[in-house]
Every structure is written in C-alpha cells, then in structure tokens.
Design a protein around this ligand. Structure first.
Ligand SMILES: Nc1ncnc2c1ncn2[C@@H]1O[C@H](COP(=O)(O)OP(=O)(O)OP(=O)(O)O)[C@@H](O)[C@H]1O
Ligand SMILES: [Mg+2]
Length: 267
C-alpha cells in the first residue's frame, strides 16, 4: 500500500487580488485536518471556496495568511505527488485522450510506452472508466462526462500521495456516476490515498467521505465537520442508517444557509 499523508489547513486565508471586491477573502481562517489515508468530502454553496482550498493544497494559490501542510511539512508539490482533478478537467486540447491520461506519469518519468506493466494498468483503468474506445480522440471530440472520466483516469494512473478531486462526477448521468464512485472506491481501497473531494451531492459525500466538512460562504469557512462511519462502505449504501444520515446532513446544510440568511438580514 502506498504511503499517504495527512493534509492540514492551519488558519488559512486566501484573497484573490483580481477579485471584484478585493477586500473580501475567498476563504478565511480555515482550519481542517484530513487524516492520512482518509477521504474528506467538502460540501457547500457555490462560491464558498471549495476549489480554492484544493488549489491551495496544489500550490496554485498563495495564502494571505496561515498555511497548508502535508505530513506536518510544507505542502510542496515538488516533494509530493499530487493528483489534481480540476473542476474544468484540465485536459490539454492538442493531446489525445491517451496522451492526456499518461501526461502526469510521463512528467514524473514513471511512464514507458509499450512497457507491459504500464500498458496493462492503463488499459484496465480505461476499461473500468468506459473510455477504452476513445484513446485516439481529442478532448473537443468528447462529451463532458467523457472528458471528466479521462481526467479521472489521469489522476488515478499517477498513484498520487494526495488526491484532490473537484466535483469529479458532476457531469455524469446518475447511473454512471454511481458506477464511477465505485471505481473510485475500489482504487482508493487499493492505495488509501488521502483525498479531498468536492461535491454538491449529499449522498456522494456520505458514500465516499469518512469525514464531511460543510462550508459556508462570505467569507468561505468551515461551518461543521462530521465523522461519517458510513463513508467508504459500499454495503451501507441504501441502508436505513445511510438514509437517516443523509436527512440529518440536509438539515444541517439548511440550518447553515438559514443562519447565513439571518446574518444578511441583520446587516
Ligand atoms: N481567479 C480568481 N480571481 C478572483 N476571484 C476568484 C478567483 N477564483 C475564485 N474566485 C472567487 O473566490 C471565491 C471562491 O471561489 P471558488 O471557486 O473557490 O468557489 P467554489 O466553492 O469552488 O464554487 P463552485 O461550487 O461554484 O465551484 C468566489 O467568490 C469566487 O468568485
Ligand atoms: Mg469550485
């Protein structure tokens, strides 16, 4: 099993200089720990800073204050292999599906065209994600859901130390989404990669996340963190406990947005 590492946000504040209201922080004073080998699902309203948190781990935005650490040290993308599946899929338009998938491994000199072990792993992944027929197409020749699965394949092939997934299944129909969640779980069970997963779906957060962090907006902050004993347990999907947890989670999300509306009403 691959070594996975704890991710910790310590009083992290990020402010985009180009923001329309530069006085507003995108996320403010975020403290959150994702323990080694677990999946943390981030859920919250649009604009509350979920993608910003992933970008901060990947080193793509600089904190105004506070920090992100991996295994207690600086979150240095040169030191750790970070698999980042961005919200817009991040595919290179001039490269084929196959080239896009192997890109991350190639950059790390971990890919050899024609090497049986590498090719077998790629073929297995592409089959599991139902993209085996698309190897020689270009991204503009794919549907949104197909592009999303190519981006997933790239992140998984890398066998990263840390996995960052930004709404990884959002463009998929309901049945394919559930199937891809299971593909993710099977891969995660092989490697136990510490994972931050952004989602808008309560059931997805419950199905995949051992921890669920609820965020609130303006400024982006962590409103509540749940331990979720049902996360990562396929046999629990559809159970009474799962149903009850999803109802409780929805109530919490409603309470957080009602509190926010109340704050706005007073200001
Ligand atoms: N490059 C940028 N420049 C300026 N402001 C930005 C930039 N990227 C994001 N923001 C702002 O930062 C805040 C957080 O954005 P972010 O993309 O992290 O939200 P999100 O929770 O991922 O939203 P969504 O669910 O819609 O994807 C928003 O107010 C957004 O407008
Ligand atoms: Mg986002």
């Amino acid at each position: 099993m691959k070594q996975a590492d704890t991710i910790a946000f310590e009083h992290l504040t990020v402010r985009y200089r180009t923001a329309a209201h530069a006085k507003d922080a995108a996320v403010a004073d975020i403290s959150l720990t994702v323990p080694q080998g677990t999946v943390c699902a981030l859920i919250g309203p649009s604009g509350c800073g979920k993608s910003t948190l992933l970008r901060a781990v990947a080193g793509l935005v600089k904190p105004e204050s506070g920090c992100v650490t991996i295994a207690g040290g600086k979150a240095d993308p040169k030191k750790y292999c970070i698999g980042f599946m961005p919200q817009n899929y991040g595919l290179l338009p001039w490269q084929t599906v196959r080239e896009n998938i192997v890109l991350g491994c190639r950059i790390r000199h971990e890919w050899h065209d024609g090497r049986a072990e590498d090719e077998a792993r790629l073929a297995k992944l592409m089959t599991a994600l139902h993209i085996e027929e698309l190897a020689s197409r270009y991204p503009h020749e794919l549907s949104g859901g197909q592009q999303q699965r190519v981006s997933l394949a790239r992140a998984f092939l890398l066998r990263p130390d840390i996995l960052l997934m930004d709404e990884p299944f959002s463009a998929l129909d309901a049945i394919t989404r559930e199937e891809m969640q299971d593909v993710f779980l099977a891969l995660w069970q092989e490697q136990h990669v510490t994972t931050l997963l952004v989602t808008h779906y309560v059931e997805e957060a419950l199905y995949l996340g051992q921890e669920i962090a609820l965020m609130a907006a303006d400024p982006g902050r962590i409103a509540r963190v749940f331990a979720n004993p049902l996360g990562g347990c396929p046999e629990k999907r559809g159970s009474q406990a799962f149903f009850e947890m999803s109802r409780a989670l929805r109530e919490d999300i409603r309470a957080i947005s009602a509190a926010r509306a109340g704050e706005e009403g007073r200001s």
